[in-house]
Design a protein around this ligand. Structure first.
Ligand SMILES: C[S@@+](CC[C@H](N)C(=O)[O-])C[C@H]1O[C@@H](n2cnc3c(N)ncnc32)[C@H](O)[C@@H]1O
Length: 291
């Protein structure tokens, strides 16, 4: 199961390996991605193609999504978190700070209603500062929040260039020179808030591990420290062994590990891979195996 199918960059080679006996389940909350992935997977020759079930929805609702598949369990699960390159590179989706575009950022515009513009135009300064700080570690979060509230009184936020200008004005010139594009962190924070990304990740991981067959593996690729922390903590909690003092004759804590960690430390891309694909720069891969 590919819980973040995107454009089938991972699922296409996985489908080739599965062959005609296999079942590939692909999930994405973005219907555009799902349609493109479907076309791509259709390119596989009929006799070499696994049964493919593509599901439109949020992996935070994994149980509901999988109920219709009538399967007892899953052997391999991948989460490749965040937005796809295609989503970032489509200005109309509003994910990029590099293009003038509507401040949207919904991964599933068909069912979600909250947009980045609505957050910028309605949250109070304290809430704006809280999400910007919590979801991006932005040191100037309070100042950016104050500048946003001030700017929207004159003109409500509609497009990404307005937000870029306000963030640039809020961050002192000396601090603006370090740490990449000054608006990068604020855009990340808004995207996480619009899509409730951290909450759905916690729910999705927990459900995915329940669906894994014994010996099955879950692999998660994350791209920022908040996501990686959630994955690390979820795996560590489920790999937890008995914590009773060693001199106790019998276990009283009752803790049984549910997974084994395949990667104690996350795998990260090599310098050559980063040179080939700069967007892999922040990737961390963690893998666990169900007992
Ligand atoms: C980094 S991209 C995956 C790219 C894919 N591995 C590929 O090679 O083409 C993440 C994808 O997951 C989707 N996605 C992100 N969060 C999701 C969620 N909570 N539920 C379902 N899909 C999600 C996004 O719409 C996006 O298409």
């Amino acid at each position: 199961m590919d819980a973040t199918l995107g454009f089938a960059g991972h699922s296409f080679p996985a489908a080739q390996q599965l062959g005609s006996d296999g079942l590939l389940i692909g999930i994405d909350q973005d219907e555009v991605a799902l349609a493109a992935a479907s076309r791509r997977l259709d390119e596989l020759p009929e006799g070499a193609r696994p049964t493919v079930k593509l599901l439109h929805g949020n992996f935070g609702d994994l149980d509901e999504l999988l109920l219709g598949c009538a399967i007892p369990g899953i052997d391999a699960i991948l989460f490749d978190l965040g937005v796809s390159s295609v989503q970032i590179d489509t200005p109309a989706r509003g994910f990029s700070f590099k293009e003038k575009a509507p401040l949207d950022m919904r991964m599933d515009p068909g069912t979600q209603t909250l947009t980045a513009a609505e957050i910028l135009n309605t949250y109070d300064a304290a809430d704006l500062a809280r999400i910007i700080r919590a979801y991006s570690d932005e040191r100037w979060a309070s100042r950016i929040a104050e500048f946003i509230v001030h700017a929207r009184a004159a003109r409500p936020f509609e497009t990404s260039d307005q937000l870029v200008d306000v963030v640039k004005a809020a961050i002192p010139a000396s601090a603006r020179r370090a740490g990449g594009h000054p608006a990068k962190r604020t855009f990340q924070a808004l995207r996480i808030e619009v899509n409730g990304e951290l909450d759905v990740l916690r729910r999705g991981l927990e459900a995915a591990i329940r669906w894994l067959n014994p010996g099955g593996r879950i692999a998660v690729l994350s791209y920022h420290s908040l996501e990686d922390r959630i994955v690390k903590d979820a795996f560590a909690r489920l790999a937890d062994r008995c914590t009773c003092p060693p001199d106790l004759p019998v276990c009283l804590c009752g803790k049984q590990p549910i997974v084994d960690l395949v990667t104690r430390k996350p795998l990260v891309p090599t310098p050559e891979e980063i040179a080939r694909n700069p967007r892999a720069r922040s990737a961390k891969l963690r893998v666990a195996e169900k007992r």
